[in-house]
Structures are given as structure tokens and as C-alpha cells.
Write a protein that binds this ligand. Structure first.
Ligand code: UDP
Length: 327
């Protein structure tokens, strides 16, 4: 079987490549990544081609030559705050580039597609935990850029009965490979756990808590943090599902409970044993108060079984990576 993975040198993609590579040597893995935020060292299995999805001619040639059975599409921009400041970048990288990729996939009759979506498509949910049937009303360009693609995928699968996709709506992905070989590695990481760990390490003077007046128990935002290896496993489960003839579908990826920003900060201090400075400041534009997944569907339909649903373990693996990282 041939699997093409866009963005496979990035944080989540590289963990999927590792799980797939460990699983079975008969799987031919080709990673396509522009290495803008990914790292070639993160690709532990398969082959890597450095290419940008913007250049459709090159992408078309890669797909024509490789003839993948499945495409797993990670390549995207992922920061909410940046998307508010630079929406065009998000609509281009996340929406336009994905539509171009789908056009090529359709031309070469690649009929299985796994898409990295996000809980940000829900915006401020009316009910929590959030079910996949909740209405989509993103409140930032990042979420909107992914919601547009979900609509395209839905219409594409309706128009072409052979095309099947799974869209995985990620909640807050964190942690690192428990073996310490790969982990998150961005120059200016903005995500809470990474930022807190880097502050513990002394890379930043202090950690800012964005908003303490949200309608939550301690006033800070609540998120459903999922370990990156459990999320990677969800992709393998989605792959098996599609290979067994599963219908197109959408699944939340989260544990079904959340932690506040303050609880995460306390956990990071506990694990690192470093009492780094924290300052409470204004809300960050585009942040919903609470995002927690209802994960009943992924457990029932994909038989997904999380192994690492433990915030301390998430922080421990991320801390191990931060201290010993190779890239
Ligand atoms: N957050 C924070 N300080 C930081 C980074 C994040 O208070 O330095 C908050 C952010 O406002 C949000 C939560 O932590 O409420 C999770 O943010 P993150 O960027 O990790 O993920 P997102 O939910 O935006 O995808």
C-alpha cells in the first residue's frame, strides 16, 4: 500500500509516519513537506520530498509518479492568533492549497483522503462536550479555513461515489513521542504547553495567561488536551476504516474532558519543578471559552482506544522532548 503524507515532517504528521513505519514495512510512505515548519530529521520512515503545495505542477507530478492509494493531508498553517492577523495566509495555505490538492487527487483517481480538521470549526459551541453534529460557526480565520475544506469534501464525496474521506477534528494536541525521538519543534511556538515549557527552560521571561474573565470555573479557557500519539493512532484507525470500505465521515479527536489554562500551568510547574513567572493579561482575539470533545463517535465507529489520556504524561513527554530534542 502507498500512502502519501503532506506535512509529514511536522509535529503531528511525523508521529503518524512513525506509527505507520513501525507497523508494517510493506507500507510505502512518501512525505511531501515544504519544511517551512517541519524538519527532515522528524521523518523517521519512508521518503521525503521537499515541495510546496502551492506549486501544483510539482505536486501533480509527485502524485502521478507515486500513485498513492491514500493521501493523509496535514500540511497547513495552525495558529489562531496569526490567522486573525493574516487571514489570507490561512485561506491560501489551508483552503486554496487543499482544493488544488483535491483537484489533482481526483484527476489521478486517488479515492481515499484523511484530512486534518480542527475543533476551531465549532467556534463558541452551544453545547459542551461538542458532538460532530454541532453547527459549524468558526470565530477565527484558522477555523474558517478548515471549515471551508470540510464543505468541499462533503460535496466532493456526494458528487463522486468512489471518493471517501475521513475528517478528523483535532482538539488541543500536545505531548511528544514517549521514546523521545520526535516532538513539537517550531521556532516561535505559541501553543500553551510548549510555551509554558519553554518559559520553564528560560527561553521566555514569563508566560502570559490570555484572559481570566471567561465564564469558566477559574476564568481561564478550557481545552481538551490530547496526546499526539493517541491522535496519530486515530489516523491509523481512520486509514483502516477507509481501507475496509468505510463511508466518508467526520470524527472529533479528544478525550472528552478539559483543563483550564491555570490547571495546565500548575501541571507544568509540578512536572518541571520550576516556578516560572506567570502574568495574567487580556484575552487573545479568536479564543472560544471552552472546547471539549464528545468522543463517543470515534470510539464507536473507528474503535479508537486512547492510551495516554493523562495531562501529567502529556506534559512529561513534552518536557522530555524540550530538554533532549535533536532538532
Ligand atoms: N494560552 C495562554 N498563554 C499562552 C498560550 C496560550 O493563556 O502563552 C491560552 C489560549 O488563550 C487558549 C489556551 O491557552 O485559551 C490554548 O491555546 P493554544 O494556543 O495552546 O491552542 P488553541 O486552543 O488556540 O488551538
Amino acid at each position: 500500500m502507498k500512502v502519501l503524507i503532506t506535512g509529514g515532517a511536522g509535529y503531528i504528521g511525523s508521529h503518524v509516519v512513525k506509527l505507520l513505519g513501525q507497523l508494517n514495512s510493506d507500507i510505502d510512505i512518501l512525505v511531501v513537506d515544504n519544511l517551512s515548519t517541519g524538519h527532515k530529521e522528524a521523518v523517521l520512515y519512508g521518503k521525503l520530498i521537499k515541495a510546496d503545495l502551492e506549486y501544483t505542477g510539482i505536486i501533480e507530478k509527485i502524485i502521478k509518479d507515486f500513485k498513492p492509494d491514500v493521501v493523509i493531508h496535514f500540511a497547513a498553517s495552525i495558529e489562531v492568533a496569526e490567522s486573525v492577523q493574516n487571514p489570507v495566509k490561512y485561506y491560501k495555505n489551508n483552503t486554496a492549497n487543499t482544493i488544488n490538492l483535491l483537484e489533482i487527487i481526483k484527476k489521478y483517481k486517488v479515492n481515499k483522503f484523511i484530512f486534518s480538521s480542527t475543533a476551531a470549526v465549532y467556534g463558541n459551541p452551544k453545547e459542551v462536550p461538542i458532538k460532530e453534529t454541532a453547527s459549524l460557526s468558526p470565530i477565527n480565520p484558522y477555523g474558517q479555513s478548515k471549515a471551508f475544506v470540510e464543505e468541499v469534501l462533503r460535496d466532493l464525496s456526494k458528487s463522486d461515489k468512489d471518493f471517501k474521506y475521513v475528517s478528523l477534528r483535532y482538539f488541543n494536541v500536545a505531548g511528544a513521542d514517549p521514546e523521545g525521538k520526535i516532538g513539537q519543534s517550531y521556532k516561535n511556538a505559541t501553543h500553551l504547553i510548549t510555551r509554558a515549557l519553554k518559559t520553564a527552560k528560560g527561553e521566555y521571561e514569563k508566560l502570559y495567561i490570555f484572559g481570566t474573565d471567561y465564564p469558566t470555573k477559574d476564568g481561564t479557557c478550557i481545552r481538551d488536551y490530547i496526546h499526539v500519539v493517541d491522535l496519530a493512532q486515530a489516523h491509523l484507525d481512520a486509514l483502516s476504516y477507509l481501507l475496509e470500505g468505510g463511508e466518508s465521515d467526520i470524527f472529533n479527536c479528544g478525550y472528552g474532558y478539559g483543563y483550564s489554562v491555570k490547571e495546565v500551568v500548575d501541571t507544568v510547574k509540578k512536572i518541571t519543578r520550576i516556578d516560572f513567572p506567570v502574568e495574567e493579561t487580556d484575552r487573545r482575539p479568536g479564543d472560544p471559552a471552552v472546547l471539549v470533545a464528545d468522543n463517543t463517535k470515534i470510539k464507536d465507529v473507528l474503535d479508537w482506544k486512547p492510551n495516554y489520556d493523562d495531562l501529567e504524561f502529556i506534559v512529561k513527554t513534552a518536557w522530555n522532548w524540550e530538554q533532549n530534542r535533536r532538532f
